[in-house]
Write a protein that binds this ligand. Structure first.
Ligand SMILES: *Cc1c(COP(=O)(O)O)cnc(C)c1O
Length: 343
């Protein structure tokens, strides 16, 4: 019998829904390099407005948004502080060095969460022989830290520290809406705490591609030139921006469903004899460590024979990510397979 593949590899694997495709087909288009695509402008204004920011910049990917932000906030010989598990440090090919010629100090946070104390302990003195600490990058929710999130007080404390110490503060908000839902916060409560935020539309929000960088108007104008030199100036990009607008209207609140599915999986894994430990599940990401005698690759391969795709994450861990294309029937299948799995 044909079995629908159950893909828990990432929330990037979703396919555009019928409603989203309709919105894309009907989008008003123009050449965005000349700032003549009304749909791109609408998306940039809408998203920046939601977070209380002045302007936005539509980019092909979240990586490009982060890298443009890093370049926009720094000069060569500056230094960036971030968590050791952060995407900008681990998964963006060392772009901070390649594109911005800066140093990085990757801090061991509390499972992806940094505090003002971490920053205080790591900010460098102003000496000719030291890189100049200039930028702090936070990630919320933290991907490699099991999807956990900052609460408002933690963000406020860091924001205040950065302002008092002349540090720019960028948020890698690839999954910011998951984080806001988990912590019961609104965009406007956190936006003003940052100098810039990058937001992915192609993760839980379900568009085929696209991310938006938001910040101050003049700064975003500089970033548009950086986007151009990176080859990220797109012409009739409104076809993608329309998917983003559709996602903002239709796919934010439903992220709760992904979170509750992730919690159901967490419930099973907590009691499973093959699991050593599991990061507390706050959003749609589940990262767990297997017992010594189970190799993550074997585990992932076995699940695959049951039609479930997932990824081995590091030497002992496995990651599942729930998303809008995981149906209730698929969830039953996942729950049955995980409950009956034998080492
Ligand atoms: C996915 C992701 C990004 C950017 O990803 P792209 O694949 O380049 O769009 C950035 N940060 C985090 C935390 C992510 O999970």
């Amino acid at each position: 019998m044909f079995k629908n593949k159950i893909n828990l590899i990432s929330d990037t694997v979703t396919l555009p829904s019928k409603g989203m495709l309709d919105a894309m087909i009907n989008a008003k288009l123009g050449d965005d390099v000349f700032r003549e695509d009304p749909t791109v402008i609408e998306l940039e204004e809408k998203l920046s407005g939601m977070f209380g920011m002045e302007a936005g910049l539509f980019c092909p990917s979240g990586t490009m948004c982060n890298q443009i932000a890093i370049k926009g906030h720094t000069q060569p010989l500056d230094e960036m502080l971030c968590d050791i598990n952060s995407h900008v440090y681990q998964f963006e090919v060392g772009g901070y060095a390649f594109l911005s010629q800066i140093a990085v100090n990757a801090i061991q946070g509390n499972q992806g969460i940094l505090t003002a104390q971490h920053l205080q302990d790591n900010i460098k003195a102003k000496q000719d022989w030291l890189p100049r600490t200039k930028l702090v990058v936070l990630e919320n929710s933290g991907n490699r830290s099991g999807g956990n999130c900052y609460n408002l007080d933690q963000l406020k404390e860091i924001s205040e520290f950065c302002r008092n110490n002349n540090l720019s503060l960028h948020l890698d908000g690839a999954r910011i809406f998951n984080a806001l839902i988990a912590k019961n916060l609104t965009p406007i409560e956190i936006g003003p705490l940052f100098d810039s935020i990058s937001i992915c539309l192609s993760k839980g929000l379900g568009t085929p591609a696209g991310s938006v960088l938001i910040g101050k108007k003049d700064w975003i104008n500089d970033c548009r030139r950086i986007r151009k030199v990176l080859g990220g100036g797109m012409r009739q990009a409104g076809i993608l921006a329309a998917a983003g607008l559709y996602a903002l209207d239709n796919n934010i609140d439903r992220l709760r469903e992904d979170h509750s599915k992730a919690q159901r999986i967490e419930g099973i894994l907590k009691n499973a004899e093959y699991v050593e430990s599991i990061f507390p599940v706050e959003t749609n990401i589940i990262i767990f460590q297997l017992k010594e005698n189970v190799s993550p690759q074997n585990f992932v391969d076995t699940l695959k024979t049951h039609g479930i795709n997932s990824s081995a994450f590091g030497k002992r861990s496995v990651r599942f990510v729930t998303h809008m294309d995981i149906t209730d029937e698929m969830m039953n299948e996942v729950e049955n397979t995980l409950s009956s799995f034998k080492m």
